[in-house]
Design a protein around this ligand. Sequence first.
Ligand SMILES: Cc1cc2nc3c(=O)[nH]c(=O)nc-3n(C[C@H](O)[C@H](O)[C@H](O)COP(=O)(O)O)c2cc1C
Length: 203
Amino acid sequence: MKILAFQGSPRLGGNTDLLLEAFLKGAREAGAECEKINLYRINIKPCLECGECDTTGECVIPDDMAQIYPKIDAADVIVVASPIFFYNITSYTQALVERSQARWVCKYVLKKDPPFGKKKAGVFLSLGATKGKKLFEGVQRVIRYFFDAVYADYEGGLFYRGVEKKGAIKDHPTALKEAYNLGLCVGRGEPRESWPLVREKTP
Ligand SMILES: Cc1cc2nc3c(=O)[nH]c(=O)nc-3n(C[C@H](O)[C@H](O)[C@H](O)COP(=O)(O)O)c2cc1C
């Protein structure tokens, strides 16, 4: 079980990072092989719409995404964690999403089979400061399309409102425990239908 996790907040050690770490703690304890990538620490440019991948499925932008594509291909589970910035995922996370265009071409234009024949799962972790009812609606749609492009099924996620100051997630009554438990279930390879997460209601 290989889990690849993207941490999309620039505030390292902040709420998203802590939530993701709780998930990864559970997953590691369950025996999964986990890798966390802080998107803030690496260099991923947004898609340039150059069209080079249209015929090859390979992105030609010379940045750190070149090392990320094979990691995505090899993963069984992909976790994306991002705080809400202006009702959106962060720009760091969005750059990753845009660069999945090269895999979208592989899947839908070149009709290539999933890498290593894997039917991956996608999990999304997110949080924001406000209590908005629709806070996680738009971002889930974005993330679902990202997962679809990289041959993963979006299973759902964990979402927390009213979390603002650095470290505030530690005061949330259930968040870190829920993330840890989810990590345990995912890491143990339990059936996806039984994962304790919130499933998207409107596709
Ligand atoms: C530029 C920026 C924009 C933000 N926009 C929103 C927003 O639209 N809705 C919201 O609920 N919180 C918003 N927030 C608050 C963050 O989501 C919140 O503080 C969160 O806990 C940050 O998580 P982190 O510690 O992982 O970075 C924003 C924060 C920043 C810095």
